[in-house]
Design a protein around this ligand. Structure first.
Ligand SMILES: [Zn+2]
Ligand SMILES: [Zn+2]
Length: 129
């Protein structure tokens, strides 16, 4: 029995959903190999790209890692808070922030097509520890 594209997407999403923090492409690849031993890095990247296009997964640019989407957002860019101590990543959707950023660069005549909003710092738990 051969694994389908859907199988790979389901497994990748499962790895991300179960993880405590962001997951690298090679950890996703390791999981994919459980059903498709011949899978190589491009398979992992293609699978992750499809999940990103479906809005189920986000790529954290500053960490070069991936997280399952865990916020409600209709088209607006997510805001990520990344704890540099424990690695916890929070996701929230704030359309006002996204549109203010787009408006700010728009005043310079720039048309934003993609927003990456990642804030590094320490989470509430680490700050009180
Ligand atoms: Zn999201
Ligand atoms: Zn923390």
């Amino acid at each position: 029995m051969s694994s389908t594209t859907q199988d790979l997407e389901r497994i990748a999403l499962d790895v991300l959903a179960r993880a405590d923090g962001p997951v690298g492409a090679y950890d996703v690849l390791a999981a994919l190999r459980t059903v498709r031993p011949s899978a190589a890095a491009p398979t992992a990247y293609r699978t992750l790209t499809r999940l990103i296009e479906k809005g189920l997964v986000h790529r954290l640019e500053s960490l070069n890692a991936y997280v399952a989407c865990c916020a409600e957002h209709d088209g607006s860019a997510p805001l990520f808070s990344i704890c540099d101590d424990c690695g916890t990543v929070g996701e929230l959707a704030d359309p006002a922030v996204a549109s203010q950023l787009a408006a700010a660069v728009g005043r310079e005549g720039f048309e934003a097509e993609k927003q990456v909003i990642e804030l590094h710092g320490r989470c509430a738990q680490c700050r009180t520890a």
